[in-house]
Ligand binder design. Structure first.
Ligand code: ZN
Length: 126
């Protein structure tokens, strides 16, 4: 089975409410929630509520939104550090970005899926 590819999963599914997500933090400008198909043992996604293509396309007018997103990334990352002692923060650009809406990954633990999105045998996603 192949993973369905979305041009903009976040606007089309998450922000529209079509796909329910488990929200961790919500602010005026952004949303942090558990990844619907986690790649790591604990995997959060942080997105702006406004459509912004990527970290590289943030305009001066959107500086406040980016600042809010980064504050929430910080909040979620500090929760992982507190609970597990570590985490990784990343955002993809260009061809690495399968989903054309800026999103930040904040995750801890072993990888639980391969690049094709298949669950690895030894790990169970939380
Ligand atoms: Zn979008």
């Amino acid at each position: 089975m192949t993973e369905q590819k979305w041009e903009d999963f976040y606007c089309d599914e998450v922000l529209s409410g079509k796909t329910q997500v488990e929200i961790v933090v919500e602010t005026e400008h952004c949303l942090a929630f558990y990844h619907t198909r986690p790649y790591y043992e604990v995997h959060f996604i942080v997105i702006p509520k406004k459509h912004i293509l990527s970290f590289l396309t943030v305009s001066n007018e959107e500086a406040e939104i980016l600042s809010d997103v980064l504050q929430v990334v910080k909040q979620v990352a500090s929760k992982l550090e507190k609970d597990y002692g570590a985490c990784t923060i990343s955002t993809n650009i260009g061809n690495y970005q399968s989903n054309k809406h800026m999103h930040w990954h904040v995750h801890f633990g072993a990888k639980v899926r391969d690049e094709q999105g298949r669950l690895l045998h030894d790990h169970q996603a939380k």
